[in-house]
Design a protein around this ligand. Structure first.
Ligand SMILES: Cc1cc2nc3c(=O)[nH]c(=O)nc-3n(C[C@H](O)[C@H](O)[C@H](O)COP(=O)(O)OP(=O)(O)OC[C@H]3O[C@@H](n4cnc5c(N)ncnc54)[C@H](O)[C@@H]3O)c2cc1C
Length: 371
């Protein structure tokens, strides 16, 4: 495994600031089946390496009118909650919606209430699912554990090593070349090749460490703005910032007190923004800080009172940062492109539902389906 960074994880990274630990990539972990399969493949019990806590609720939806609805993976419990929330018609609609496995863009056919249409319709927050887990220690515990297991089972992990070229013959990759002048040959390769003719939207993420806890905040909370539908047009078509921000707020310390100093809380606030192709905005530090200020105001308006004055640490990541990391159009959600070689496979998120699933798919391809 050749990695130019000093640690594993890639976009599923982490930072530590004054005793607070923040995941900088995905904050949600859905169905852990593919993850379990990776551990099982080498005869390991995943629970010996990663402590997954099931989240109840999976996430909490907060609507612009102040109402909230908790998302539960059990269809009957969810239907009962919807019945109480907005009546029998949508509760029945929910049961038909899930039984048919309908795609989100057909939600309007099943739901009458504007809020349930928003909750189950097209989403700006793709990681949300009715069943979610939190790895104790944070999402970063997952790549850390996978690297440890791989090393235990004979994988050589080469950190601080940059691949500068790929050598091929015919339709096969024969070796990769490193910045140190090494040539590493292999039978098969998994490459993070990225391409994005139509790159997905990007995001701004604020990592906040504070002396402030809010009882209304579930582990994951999604806040729908008044202008939810307009947000898609603004971000995807017009290349504008949301006039009324819809946000994903993750509060890992509500489940896991190992990620912050005693009595402190961490918040991960994700706001979808246009990618740099749709909106070639100059996300300099000043622009990033200004937008962060707007997001802080939006949070306070959504009930996170005095969060600002109780902040101890903050770190803001913008499309400029993703761009600097070489991600097309400054979007951290870009997926892999086909490599064009018979023995080289692309892994990674977004084109496939979850990053770990795509790694599983690449591994199966390398092994001719034997996994
Ligand atoms: C804020 C945020 C939220 C996200 N939410 C979700 C989500 O909800 N669901 C989801 O599925 N995905 C999500 N993603 C995307 C997810 O993190 C990525 O899809 C996933 O990490 C991709 O895995 P990967 O291994 O292909 O690529 P990466 O994680 O980008 O890893 C590629 C690795 O290759 C290394 N590398 C690159 N070039 C070289 C080179 N030349 N030589 C040596 N090493 C090199 C890099 O340092 C990096 O470690 C999110 C990302 C972010 C940042």
């Amino acid at each position: 495994m050749i990695e130019r960074a000093a640690v594993p994880g890639g976009r599923a990274g982490h930072i530590e600031l004054d005793g607070y630990r923040f995941d900088t990539g995905p904050s949600t972990l859905g169905d852990p089946e593919a993850l379990t399969a990776a551990f099982t493949a080498v005869g390991e019990e995943m629970s010996n390496w990663v402590d997954l806590v099931k989240l109840t609720p999976a996430y909490r939806a907060h609507f612009a009118d102040g109402s909230t609805l908790d998302v539960d993976e059990d269809p009957d419990r969810m239907a009962a909650a919807i019945r109480e929330f907005c009546g029998t018609r949508d509760a029945d609609g929910y049961l038909r919606f899930t039984a048919a496995g309908s795609p989100a863009d057909r939600a309007n056919q099943f739901f009458a209430d504007r809020r349930t249409r928003r909750l189950f319709g097209r989403s700006l927050f793709a990681g949300l699912a009715p069943s979610l887990y939190h790895p104790r220690g944070g999402l970063y515990a997952v790549p850390g554990a996978m690297a440890d297991v791989a090393a235990k089972h004979g994988v050589t992990m080469r950190y601080d090593t940059t691949v500068t070229g790929v050598e091929s013959r015919g339709d096969r990759v024969t070796a990769v070349l490193t910045a140190d002048g090494e040539r590493l040959a292999a039978d098969a390769f998994v490459l993070p090749v990225r391409e994005a003719p139509q790159p997905p939207p990007s995001c701004v993420v604020m990592h906040l460490g504070a002396r402030a806890r809010f009882t209304h905040a579930a582990h994951h909370s999604v806040y729908f703005g008044h202008a939810w539908e307009r947000s898609f047009t603004e971000i995807v078509d017009r290349g504008e910032l949301m006039t009324d921000p819809s946000l994903l707020v993750t509060n890992p310390t509500s489940t896991d007190n190992t990620v912050a100093p005693p009595g402190r809380d961490t918040y991960y606030v994700l706001a979808p923004v246009p990618n740099l192709k749709t909106a070639p905005v100059n996300w300099t530090t000043a622009m990033g800080r200004r937008y962060a200020g707007e997001l802080m105001a939006a949070l306070e308006a959504r009930g996170y009172l005095d969060l600002g004055i109780n902040l101890e640490v903050s770190h803001v990541v913008t499309p400029a940062d993703w761009n600097r990391d070489g991600l097309p159009a400054g979007s951290p959600f870009c997926g892999p492109a086909p490599t064009g070689h018979a023995n080289a496979y692309a892994a990674g998120g977004w084109t496939v539902r979850a990053a770990v699933v795509s790694g599983h798919t690449a591994a199966r391809s390398v092994l001719g389906g034997h996994l």
